[in-house]
Design a protein around this ligand. Structure first.
Ligand SMILES: NC(=O)c1ccc[n+]([C@@H]2O[C@H](COP(=O)([O-])OP(=O)(O)OC[C@H]3O[C@@H](n4cnc5c(N)ncnc54)[C@H](O)[C@@H]3O)[C@@H](O)[C@H]2O)c1
Ligand SMILES: [Zn+2]
Ligand SMILES: [Zn+2]
Length: 395
């Protein structure tokens, strides 16, 4: 089959690789019909290189049809399924508490990490990913989300990651109808965090440096601002001088605006693997610009919900400000299955309350992945969300 593979810093290629096969009785194999590129894939492309091996199949936002179902998989050939980006068992202590990304059955213990993720480096189990024609789905007795056959893929596809991540980001602010929230970053996660907060009746402000990303959010009733001190001042003014009750950081470690850390991250790419890994894990090389804005912006006693992914363990944080402002910070990978029941009726609603029909900017054949990664990273051609369709033939 054809699959998108990681080959090095800012380099992916489409290769012919062996078809996946059932390995456990609760596995299933799906034929992928849509598979999206995520902001998290840009971390592999850019800064998590030391944890990748050339040839790794990437991608973690797939859906498709079951072509082969293990005897204990709860699926039947022909079922249409969306695959959550994490692999959980559904029955352990953590899964029972809605913490699927901490699943005690599947945790990547040799790396000291939580549940494995599709296509997401050694840190997360080196599991072959979903930007491919076929995908092996482990724990298919629990993870796949079965969906109907009437609606197009794009209504369901974002149940794999973007929608539950955005839902959790808003839920972790602890806010309610009438409260104010600022969303920092209007990539895919920020777009839906803002729309979900609106849908739940909050006043929503959002910040992003990219004009077309602000325009998309504005189309959905969000008050939008460019980055910078002036915007922080305007949002503070609009919230009676206090700042919003909560802030969602939907940027993570690809933030623009922190040049020293950027230089350190870049140099980690060019170190031998072991040194690069140590640098990414132990040295303060994160790009914290968005997080700093969130800490500055949120009102005293407010909550910061981090959905953007950060790495490193020596990231300098303004603890005095966090303490003095009495802030709560809540974060983590999204526990996909914990939120799906709330979201599914909304994506199936003909009125499309979350605006899923206005989101994808590019649908391309799998073979176009290398150009698509570059376009998404450089934010060219109005690119906000790319979906690869392995059933399309190359242009
Ligand atoms: N927690 C989870 O489970 C989970 C799941 C998916 C994605 N993520 C993470 O969420 C983050 C966003 O993902 P995405 O797909 O939306 O990616 P993205 O890279 O398209 O979005 C990031 C956005 O932030 C903007 N931005 C950059 N610097 C900024 C700054 N200083 N201030 C304000 N905005 C800034 C960019 O213009 C861009 O629009 C990534 O870190 C990704 O890894 C987390
Ligand atoms: Zn993703
Ligand atoms: Zn579990």
């Amino acid at each position: 089959m054809k699959a998108v593979t990681w080959q090095g810093h800012r380099k992916v290629s489409v290769e012919t690789v062996p078809d996946p096969v059932i390995q456990q009785s609760n596995d299933a194999i799906i034929e992928v019909t849509s598979t999206a590129i995520c902001g998290s894939d840009l971390h592999l492309y850019e800064v998590l290189g030391p944890f990748m091996t050339a040839g790794d199949i990437i991608g973690h936002e797939p859906m498709g049809r079951v072509v082969e179902a293990g005897s204990q998989s709860n699926l039947t050939a022909g079922d249409r399924v969306v695959i959550p980006f994490q692999i959980a068992c559904g029955s352990c202590y953590m899964c029972q508490r809605g913490l699927q990304t901490q699943c005690e059955t599947t945790q990547v213990r040799d790396q000291g990490m939580g549940a494995p993720l599709f296509g997401y480096s050694q840190l997360y189990g080196a599991v072959p990913g979903g930007q491919a024609e076929y995908l092996r789905v482990p724990h298919a007795d629990y993870n796949p989300i079965k969906v109907g056959s009437e609606l197009p893929d794009h209504r369901y596809l974002f149940l794999s990651d973007v929608l539950p991540t955005a839902w959790q980001a808003v839920a972790y602010t602890g806010l309610q109808r009438g409260d104010s929230v600022a969303v920092v970053g209007l990539g895919p996660i920020g777009q839906f965090s803002a729309r979900i907060a609106k849908h739940l009746g909050m006043k929503v402000y959002a910040i992003d440096p990219v004009a077309e990303r602000r325009e998309m959010a504005a189309r959905h009733g969000v008050m939008v601002f460019d980055t910078g001190e002036e915007s922080i001042g305007q949002i503070r003014e609009a919230t009676e001088g206090r700042g919003p009750d909560g802030v969602v950081d939907a940027v993570g470690m690809e933030a623009h605006g922190s040049p020293i850390a950027k230089a350190a991250q870049l140099s980690a790419q060019f170190l031998p693997d072991a040194a690069g890994k140590a640098m990414m894990q132990n040295v303060g090389v994160d790009r914290l610009a968005a997080l700093y804005s969130a800490i500055e912006l949120v009102r005293r006693g407010g909550t910061i919900s981090l959905s953007g992914v950060y790495g490193g363990s020596a990231s300098p944080l303004p603890l005095l400000t966090l303490f003095d402002k009495q802030l709560t910070v809540k974060m983590g990978q999204a526990n996909v299955k914990n939120w799906v029941d709330k979201i599914l009726p909304l994506v199936e609603d003909p009125a499309d309350p979350l605006g899923v029909d206005d989101f994808i900017t590019h649908t391309l054949p799998l073979g176009d992945a290398p150009g698509a990664y570059e376009m998404f990273q450089k934010k060219q051609d109005g690119c906000i969300k790319v979906v690869l369709d392995p059933t399309l033939s190359p242009a």
